[in-house]
Design a protein around this ligand. Sequence first.
Ligand SMILES: Nc1ncnc2c1ncn2[C@@H]1O[C@H](COP(=O)(O)OP(=O)(O)OP(=O)(O)O)[C@@H](O)[C@H]1O
Length: 254
Amino acid sequence: MAQQAIITVKDLVKHYGDFKAVNGISFEVFEGEIFGLLGPNGAGKTTTLEIIETLRQKTSGSITVDGFDIERDTDSIKQRIGVQLQAAGYYPNLNLAELIDLFSGLYGVQVSPMEMLEKVALTDKAKAKYKDLSGGQKQRFSIATTLINNPRIIFLDEPTTGLDPQARRNLWELIRQIRDGGTTVVITTHYMDEAEELCDRVAFVDGGHIIGIDTPDHFIDELVASGFERKKQVKAANLEDVFIAKTGKEWREG
Ligand SMILES: Nc1ncnc2c1ncn2[C@@H]1O[C@H](COP(=O)(O)OP(=O)(O)OP(=O)(O)O)[C@@H](O)[C@H]1O
């Protein structure tokens, strides 16, 4: 079955003064996939994401999101996407349920805070303040805020940075559930294991250019077919697997 593009980026360029942060990149995100922008610090991932999210102006190039043009149809795009809000917007005196109420008012939609918290397994924290959550809980709450307007696409910028192995794996599971529910997910990461585990397709970004787009399997098979061999013998498990086996899979809320 031919895959349908839900985001199309063509020849995107972003200059900050003389500095070319994004240097003519083109890619498509398919409907219903988890698409990863991978690359080192400063590669231009966040800049690209923020331009697609209509939060930042491009220098040149064209972008359509769910059939809408980024310049002409900004409001229609905003209604169809879910973006992680900066933690600074989480008013310290409000609890999680009150924050969801506040954000749904800002989006002009009506949602049940408990249903939103249920999606990210945080109903027992409905009365807690954001600052009192663990790192994994903070990320889950942040993901809940992206889902309030029932978006077609959500954008997650380095969603697992700083989380422990259990929290990372559980967050991957949550992101897969969101994809399986029909929402397209675009994430940035510089963790290659995360991309391999989670993403249906990935684009490597380096120095403002895209240097390859494919499924993780194809990239790896291609490299192996070219004669590449790992120096160290590959074991059937790694240290992270040992850690998970010894400490369990549940969320750590400490
Ligand atoms: N507002 C700005 N003014 C000037 N330069 C900027 C601005 N925002 C980003 N840059 C520069 O553009 C480049 C790309 O930044 P960007 O944040 O898009 O990278 P990234 O791939 O998301 O990296 P990271 O993984 O570190 O978040 C960096 O060199 C950064 O310093």
